[in-house]
Ligand binder design. Structure first.
Ligand code: C5P
Length: 227
């Protein structure tokens, strides 16, 4: 039996992480948050050298001793480690997200993380979320979703997520940061953020996470993906 692959792409704040975990739990599949890999790599590099121009000029050198591990177990919070140190909480700030989008334009960084992402394919299946899961890394996915929402709704959701994690932020700044990150992610030359040609697009602006989840599960069942 081939492991099934379900991809969820989209910009920040559309709810893809929450929904991806709900789907993974439902089918008992593995789950991978590819954004957390970009965030961890960016933060680990920044901690070594905060001059990103220098880092990008000699990435092979700076990246060589960085090893990233993403762990997910059903019913538990996903955790991410860099060289065995727990980075789960500290990668969640918008500052780290911006660093991640700077690293994300680099082919060498993307290639390294792509290899790691593909090593996650496992029976009975994998649910992955990110920006280029359906357009680049898992072209062969059994079903691909692209989630969208208005920037106002996305900023509100990010604000609540950050509050829950004890991180303070303000709505206008957050909205501005999301728009800048969207621009960087959609306009970059390599693996830009866009729906795959065969992706099913779902606007999550006015529906709850459980309604999005129900919609996706119905589509997956209708397409007989999980059998
Ligand atoms: O999803 P998240 O907001 O954690 O991603 C942080 C940044 O990492 C994104 O803004 C994007 O620049 C980069 N990223 C990417 N490709 C992915 C996942 C994330 O380029 N598959």
């Amino acid at each position: 039996m081939n492991p099934k692959i379900i991809t969820l792409d989209g910009p920040s704040g559309v709810g893809k992480g929450t929904i991806a975990i709900m789907i993974a739990e439902y089918f008992d599949y593995k789950y991978l948050d590819s954004g957390s890999l970009y965030r961890s790599l960016a933060l680990a590099l920044f901690e070594k050298n905060n001059n990103f121009e220098e880092v990008l000029n000699n990435l092979d050198h700076w990246i060589s001793d960085i090893s990233i591990e993403f762990h997910y177990k059903k019913g538990e919070k996903a955790r991410i480690f860099v060289n065995d140190k727990d980075y789960t909480e500290k990668i969640r700030t918008e500052k780290v997200a911006i660093l991640a989008s700077k690293i994300a334009v680099d082919k060498r960084a993307r290639d390294m993380l792509e290899k790691y992402q593909r090593s996650y394919i496992e029976e009975p299946g994998l649910v992955v979320d990110g920006r280029d899961m359906g357009t680049k890394v898992f072209l062969e996915a059994n079903i691909k979703f692209f989630l969208t929402a208005t920037v106002e709704k996305r900023a509100e959701r990010r604000l609540n997520q950050l509050k829950d994690q004890g991180i303070s932020a303000n709505l206008p700044n957050l909205k501005q940061e999301l728009l800048l990150r969207d621009k960087a992610d959609t306009e970059r030359l390599i693996s830009p953020l866009m729906p795959a040609k065969d992706a099913i697009i779902i606007d999550t602006s006015d529906i709850s996470a459980s309604e999005v989840f129900d919609k996706i599960i119905n589509i997956i069942k209708r397409n007989k993906i999980y059998e």
